[in-house]
Design a binder for this molecule. Structure first.
Ligand code: ADP
Ligand code: MG
Length: 354
């Protein structure tokens, strides 16, 4: 018997996870005042867990009896879901556990997935993000979501659903964390600071371009263009000859599985939640301050993809080797490593959508 039913039963039970320290610290208030009334109105029962520390949610879902729940609803930023996915993948029943439907309600300072879910369904987000995302959880259509499996030397693999970063955007992500309390505006403010103090980063990127994207029209071709596991090199092996390699100085190398990295970061306009690719973007070290500023401004509306100094390509896998001591981020959190290799796991997870 499958652990998680194919469609949600009439009487639904959601596990709600709230990080009271996310973003401006309003997540618990958001849950109690905005989300809970809608859940009761829709006759959805729930259990609330307010996290008390880093990795509380991760440890909790690792031991959770999953068949009790129709879904897990996260009221936080992207960081809490990162914990949940990695906790689920540590279970002995990981392959089924990872399929538990996930709902996202934006309470953090980085809410890329919540924004991307609304965008993917053409639903309005900006007017009332909390209401929009709560309605998605209540509607509860199951939608597949790609994950990204990341390997690093002498560490267990990490599962990411959002972004990988190196260069100026990762510096902005991490350095602006002290401004978490001001919400998403922290990225914009710190971007100006970093452009003013522009630096370049030395490294090598090797990547496997996606020849075609995943088409989910019928279950038969659902796995048609998924590359078999054994065609990916290990970290110690050379990359295959059909991967492309670029080496030198860069201002940024960044990738995203979804369209938005934040409310006003329309990073990959063509991305779909289950397209089986991650969108790899790079800007070379020769780019001027003016060009980088223009990249950031255009990215708010997704027009950066047309700039000649910005390259963005759908890929199935890549390897990044950083030659100087610079920050690498995974889903916006720091990863202490110089080498990473990741590959897309198409449609590995499921989210609650409109
Ligand atoms: P934000 O978008 O503001 O960064 P997140 O939801 O991403 O908000 O949370 C940031 C970090 O807070 C996550 O990495 C998570 O591990 C951690 N965290 C979760 N619960 C708590 C807590 N109770 N106290 C402090 N940190 C927590
Ligand atoms: Mg994708």
């Amino acid at each position: 018997e499958p652990l998680i039913p194919e469609s949600l039963p009439a009487q639904r039970r959601y596990l709600c996870l709230v990080n009271p320290k996310s973003g401006p610290g309003k997540s618990l208030e958001i849950f109690l005042e905005r989300v809970r009334p809608v859940l009761s109105e829709a006759d959805v029962s729930h259990l609330l867990l307010v996290t008390e520390r880093i990795n509380h949610a991760r440890d909790f879902v690792r031991n959770l009896e999953l068949d009790q729940w129709c879904g897990i609803v996260i009221i936080s930023g992207d960081g809490l879901l990162h914990e949940v996915y990695n906790g689920l993948m540590e279970r002995s029943d990981a392959e089924e556990a990872i399929k538990i439907p996930i709902g996202m309600i934006p309470g953090g300072s980085g809410n890329g997935l919540a924004r991307s879910i609304c965008h993917a369904s053409g639903e309005p987000y900006l007017v009332d993000p909390i209401l929009a995302c709560t309605l998605a959880c209540v509607k509860g259509r199951l939608q597949e979501l790609d994950l990204f499996r990341i390997e690093m030397p002498s560490k267990p693999p990490i599962y990411s659903f959002l972004s990988f970063g190196w260069g100026i955007m990762s510096d902005i992500d991490i350095e602006s964390e002290k401004l978490r309390s001001i919400g998403e505006i922290r990225f914009t403010l710190w971007a100006f600071w970093r452009i003013f103090n522009l630096r370049t980063y030395s490294g090598r990127i090797s990547y496997m371009p996606a020849k075609e994207k995943r088409i989910m029209s019928s279950p038969v071709d659902a796995n048609a263009n998924v590359t078999a596991d054994d065609t990916f090199p290990t970290l110690e092996q050379k990359v295959p000859d059909d991967w492309l390699v670029e080496e030198g100085r860069f201002v940024i190398i960044y990738s995203s599985l979804v369209s938005h990295l934040g409310t006003k970061l329309f990073f990959a306009p063509e991305a779909r939640l289950d397209d089986g690719v991650t969108w790899l973007m790079m800007i070379k070290g020769e780019a001027s301050r003016r060009q980088i500023l223009s990249y950031f401004i255009n990215q708010e509306v997704g027009k950066h993809v047309d700039l000649p100094w910005v390259k963005i390509i759908p890929v199935r896998a890549f390897r990044l080797e950083s030659f100087d001591d610079s920050i690498i981020t995974i889903d916006g959190e720091i990863a202490h490593t110089d080498v990473v290799q990741g590959r897309v796991l198409p449609g590995k997870a499921r989210i609650l959508s409109f």
